[in-house]
Design a protein around this ligand. Sequence first.
Ligand SMILES: Cc1cc2nc3c(=O)[nH]c(=O)nc-3n(C[C@H](O)[C@H](O)[C@H](O)COP(=O)(O)O)c2cc1C
Length: 311
Amino acid sequence: MVKQMKPNLNVKIGNLDLKNPVMVASGTFGYAREFEDFMDLKKLGAIVTKTITLKARQGNLTPRTCETPAGMLNSIGLENPGIDKFIQEKLPFLRKLGIPVIVSIAAEETPNEFAILVKRLDQISEVSAMELNISCPNLQKNKLISQDVKDTLELVSVVRKLTSKCLIAKLSPSVTSITQIALAAQSGGADAVALINTLGGMSIDVHKRTPKLGAWVGGLSGPAIRPIAVKMVWEAYNKIKIPIIGMGGIMDTESALEFFIAGATAISVGTANFINPQTSQEIITGLEQYMLKNNMQNLSALTGRLKACKA
Ligand SMILES: Cc1cc2nc3c(=O)[nH]c(=O)nc-3n(C[C@H](O)[C@H](O)[C@H](O)COP(=O)(O)O)c2cc1C
């Protein structure tokens, strides 16, 4: 019997080489140290940090999370220590892990803050990539950058000129056409798009007649949003040329596979980290087993390989 070779899980996102396509989603894994007792962090394809802003942020009123059918709502409000403290206090631990570190960044007031953050992080060799969080629903803004084609194009084009590091644009699902926004990010020079951030939602405690979240409304994540995310990945895959990092309700290998088949080059595990912190590690193993079983040597045999239903 011929022994089958171990599948190659390597993927490339811009100039970033990942040993496997499984990452953890921003805001659901802290700065990784929080999870060191629960899993072998070195196994991850990459770590995406909690979103960082220029100045420290306290975040929103509590309670900041609540459970919903097949998911959760959160309104963390981008609590973070700010860029200086992130570099001083969080980066040294991430640096030691020896796996790609993707720093998620956002602006509080003006898009120019993105430019300042990108310039700063561009100087740090341990930062492998930057994820532009232009889709945070918890900043109480009327409109997100990624809800506008022109704003997305403009922002990505400006920061593209400031770094040769891998740039990922994280997009909001709350749009009429995800493909138009993804195309704008691509035209601006993004190396990849991350799909999707959370969807706006609200839950009410009927006994107290109060909102369940201190901020009243928040972002919905978890399995409840998976079909929306898979559809958006598939739609974008059919129109754009840059890689897609898929996320939204990935709980296990099977749900991760949906994203690859729809067109994702890599995936991120978010809400599942709160339920089973080893989910990402289990998906890496599960993916390898699926590829072995289906005689796939590389992930290119999986990404976007959706077939039509038989009549
Ligand atoms: C508690 C919590 C905090 C989050 N914080 C961030 C954040 O800081 N930046 C960001 O880009 N996305 C943030 N997200 C969104 C996730 O990264 C992810 O896009 C979304 O939750 C969908 O994936 P999931 O259903 O697997 O959680 C957060 C999600 C949760 C649940």
